[in-house]
Ligand binder design. Structure first.
Ligand code: GDP
Ligand code: GDP
Length: 455
């Protein structure tokens, strides 16, 4: 009973947001320990509220609802990632790059007592390239004496460094005023945090599977003029395409058209492109070259989509090149290799001939419906009650963990939280997930099942 009351308000998070609302997004970036999280807490004050744990490569960007001077925006903290001593340089830049890409403005935090480091310089280059408004926060300026050190940061060429003490609050009002002055009214990034507007699709897959061919085929003559789409901001990297009587937003199409040359680091950039596209998208079409054997790289891309928590459709392309024998072997390969996504809708297409282009939209819609699906708590618990009665958790060391209560904590993708009286084994979790899918569908979406043990 207590759990019920406790959880009844949960799951409201982003779903409660008005359709079409596109709040501007502010990313807080900088090296570890410079005080990013402290600054975020300072901005949020006591009204701190986690909006959503945004799933990503490292599952470490957290978005918050923030407000200053009556303006609401989304504040993204990139603070929580692991510090890997060897790769730190790259990791900071990588994190910052994705965060900046998805933001309308950036707060770049530097520890004024340490001054500029090589890592800071790498981030500065990236910030300049991005062309996004940047507010330079010289943090840990706890008193007047340190202000001179803050002034040294003019050397970044990012404009005025704002001396701030995130810890004590000194200067934080000024820096937020400065932020408001450069922050656009509406978000132009159409990021993972945005709601409403045309549904956002990423075309992903390893090089040469046919992403740009498919994009061209779909765009055809039905290209939509961006300015005519209500409630969207011009973003040259996205393309609006009319399919099945609806407008769809294909994200990061510039990244598809910009051919990645096979130079050193191409792999890294290809996977970074995939990641940024996924972050902006709600659903991904993973293209696979049906004529070629399913490769490690294909599986990695699929895993990347699942880890990002996006809906997924598998498109087996170049179907025009397949003979009967290859079709036979492909079927076997799919059974063997794609075990992690038996639930993803599949379409067999040819970007060249246009074969089965019309099947793409129904698959996208199925996947998105699943991604959005919410199972009412009552129904969920009735369902768990039945399967647990029929197939109880095996007894371990004389004890039997019981499932006390379950709830769907969020959608997009569906995340379930199970409260149990003891540790639930991985095998039993998989069994529960399988039964959840059998009962409620969830075709085309990853689902997440987490267990909390009540002592
Ligand atoms: P993050 O890794 O960038 O998110 O950094 P944190 O917010 O976790 O802060 C790292 C450390 O610096 C913590 O011990 C903070 O208390 C401290 N810190 C943060 N802001 C300030 C500040 O304005 N002044 C001082 N003296 N310490 C600070
Ligand atoms: P991307 O690297 O994923 O964007 O792949 P492209 O769209 O550039 O395609 C790579 C090559 O595959 C090009 O030579 C395309 O003409 C070819 N291709 C793409 N789709 C098909 C298809 O459905 N059938 C055939 N036969 N060739 C295709």
């Amino acid at each position: 009973e207590e759990d019920q009351a406790l959880l009844s308000g949960e799951g409201a998070n982003l779903d409660g947001e008005a359709e079409g609302e596109a709040r501007p997004v502010v990313a807080v970036v900088g090296r570890p320990n410079v005080g990013k999280s402290t600054l975020v807490n300072r901005v949020l004050g006591r009204r701190e509220a986690v909006v959503e744990d945004v799933p990503g490569v490292t599952r470490d960007r957290v978005a918050y609802d923030a407000e200053w001077s009556g303006r609401r925006f989304t504040l993204v903290d990139t603070g929580g990632w692991e510090v890997d001593a060897t790769g730190i340089h790259l990791r900071v830049a990588e994190q910052a790059e994705v965060a900046v890409e998805l933001a309308d403005a950036v707060m770049f935090v530097v520890d004024a007592t340490v001054g500029a480091t090589d890592t800071d310089d790498a981030v500065v280059k990236l910030l300049r390239r991005s062309g996004k408004p940047v507010i330079l926060v010289a943090n840990k300026v706890d008193d007047q004496r340190t202000e001179a050190e803050a002034a040294m940061l003019w050397s970044f060429g990012l404009g005025e460094p704002y001396p701030v003490s995130a810890l004590h609050g000194r200067g934080s009002g000024d820096v937020l005023d400065a932020l408001m002055a450069v922050l656009p009214e509406r978000s132009g990034v159409g990021g993972a945090y945005a709601r409403g507007g045309p549904r956002r699709v990423a075309l992903v897959g390893r090089p040469n599977v046919g992403k740009s061919s498919l994009l061209n085929k779909l765009a055809g003559e039905d290209r939509v003029v961006v300015d005519n789409v209500a409630g969207t901001t011009r973003d040259p990297v996205d393309e609006f395409i009319e399919l099945g009587g609806k407008t769809w937003r294909f994200v990061d199409t510039a990244g598809i058209r910009r051919r990645v040359h096979l130079t050193r680091g191409a792999d890294f950039y290809a996977s970074l492109r995939t990641q940024t596209a996924l972050e902006k998208a709600e659903v991904a079409v993973v293209l696979i070259d049906a004529e070629d054997s399913i490769a490690e790289q294909d599986i990695r891309v699929i895993q990347q989509v699942i880890d990002s928590g996006r809906a997924v459709v598998l498109a087996f392309n170049k179907w025009d090149l397949l003979d009967e024998e290859r079709r036979y072997y492909l079927e076997r390969e799919i059974e063997r290799e794609l075990v992690q996504v038996p639930w993803a809708p599949r379409v067999n297409i040819s970007a060249l001939t246009g074969r089965h282009m019309d099947r793409l939209v129904p698959s996208l819609e199925t996947a998105l419906d699943s991604w959005d699906q919410r199972v009412p708590t009552g129904r969920l618990n009735a369902f768990f009650g039945e399967i647990v009665a029929a197939h109880p958790h095996p007894v371990r060391s004389g004890k039997q963990p019981r499932i006390l209560f379950a709830t769907q904590a969020s959608t997009r993708p569906p995340r379930f939280v199970i409260f149990a009286s003891g540790f639930i084994e991985a095998g039993y979790r998989r069994f529960l997930e399988r039964r959840l899918r059998e009962e409620f569908g969830f075709e085309g979406t990853p689902i997440e099942l987490s267990v909390r043990v009540r002592e």
